[in-house]
Design a protein around this ligand. Structure first.
Ligand SMILES: [Zn+2]
Length: 377
């Protein structure tokens, strides 16, 4: 096992990062882009591990393992919880990044969602990226290079991850997660190149069930009542899923705090522990909100895959459907509706996502009006 194993179908990027970790073509600021689920932050963390490893990412040594598990003191992942990165946060990161590494070769800062930098937080970061400390490395991640401020983009070395092919994803699931080939192939198709999603679908029955409930919805949206029920169910399930995820992360962080301050009874330490706990609780709320949005957004992507399949049938494009196991229902819906209606429904899904993510419309409201727009007579 090496640190690169979790990167699926990204050979060209792995080669470049591996070479840089070995000292060939190393630079202090990187920009890793790629579609959601292609493994941007995995690539960033793998690269960080390889840099600390000293042997280009063996996956076995202490530096590799602590980096991959998120416990390396000299690797920090900044994951913004808000829709924009605030200038104060960016300034703080810059200050911390200027420190010398505690234990390792490099002081590494990973910024997930660098597309959330605004003009002022971007400028605060720019200076650090232009003149980084001798041992500091910045790794920024974003969906597309155009999403990042041009001034920042031009000062980073850019690498782009591709959407992994279904064959690559299937192979990865079979080889690294012991998934049976048929199930792996289904998960690869249904995930449309999103690795985390593919893993969840292959390994977790509940995730598979949730997806099944979603993809059978489209032909059943025949009355206002069924639309409203479908919307409420979709949001309920997303909320439950998000809560389970954030509760788990919260528990781990509280336990870490306990380890950090637990035995220290000096009053200053107790005060710091309380402040840190409060910070965590605040973060937890923001994180939950974001996870709910993410979960609803994922569900909408699943729905979208059905309408894309319907369109494939209606336009006679041929080939495999994403929801091959639903072919009968998809063909039926393709007969009952027109390609023009399908295109309108696809647009409606896009609009609902935009309303939620860009205009802060509450998820339930956005999904309710979406379901009404998806209704079939
Ligand atoms: Zn190593």
């Amino acid at each position: 096992m090496t640190v690169w194993d979790s990167l699926v179908g990204q050979q060209h990027v792995v080669e470049t990062l591996e070479a840089a970790a070995g000292g060939r073509g190393m630079t202090h600021a990187w920009l890793i882009t790629g579609p959601p689920g292609s493994g941007r932050s995995n690539a960033a963390v793998a690269f960080a591990a390889a840099l600390q490893c000293g042997a280009t990412g063996c996956g076995e040594c202490r530096a590799c393992r602590s980096t991959l598990s998120g416990a390396n003191l000299d690797v920090t992942v900044h994951r913004p919880e808000r829709s924009q990165i605030q200038v104060d946060d960016a300034r703080q990161w810059v200050m911390q990044a200027a420190r010398r590494p505690v234990k390792e070769q490099w002081q590494i800062r990973i910024v997930e969602d660098a597309d959330r930098l605004n003009d002022s937080s971007g400028n605060a970061l720019l200076k650090a990226i232009e003149e980084p400390g001798p041992r500091t490395v910045w790794i920024l991640c974003a969906p597309q290079p155009e999403d990042v401020l041009p001034t920042i983009r031009s000062r980073t070395r850019h690498l782009n991850l591709a959407t992994p092919s279904p064959a690559d994803v299937t192979d990865f699931l079979v080889r690294h997660h012991d998934v049976a080939p048929a199930r792996a192939a289904h998960a690869a198709r249904a995930s449309q190149g999103h690795i985390g999603r593919a893993k969840a679908l292959a390994l977790d029955e509940e995730t598979r069930n949730r997806r099944r409930q979603l993809v059978v919805l489209p032909p059943r949206l025949t009355s206002l009542g069924s639309c409203m029920t479908a919307a409420a169910n979709l949001v309920d399930i997303a909320e439950a899923e998000a809560k389970a995820q954030t509760d788990q992360a919260f528990a781990t962080e509280l336990a870490n705090l306990e380890t950090l301050y637990g035995t220290d009874r000096r009053s200053r330490a107790v005060r710091s522990a309380r402040a840190a706990e409060k910070d965590l609780a605040d973060q937890q709320k923001q994180r939950l909100r974001r996870q709910v949005l993410d979960a609803v957004d994922r569900s909408l992507t699943e729905l979208l895959s059905v309408y894309r399949d319907v369109l494939v049938v209606q336009t006679g494009a041929g080939g495999h459907l994403v929801n091959e196991e639903q072919r009968v229902e998809v063909e039926e819906l393709a007969r009952r509706t027109t390609a023009e209606q399908t295109l309108r429904r696809i647009d409606a899904v896009g609009e609902a996502r935009e309303q939620m993510l860009e205009f802060n419309v509450p998820p339930l409201l956005a999904v309710e009006s979406l379901m009404v727009a998806l209704r079939v007579d």
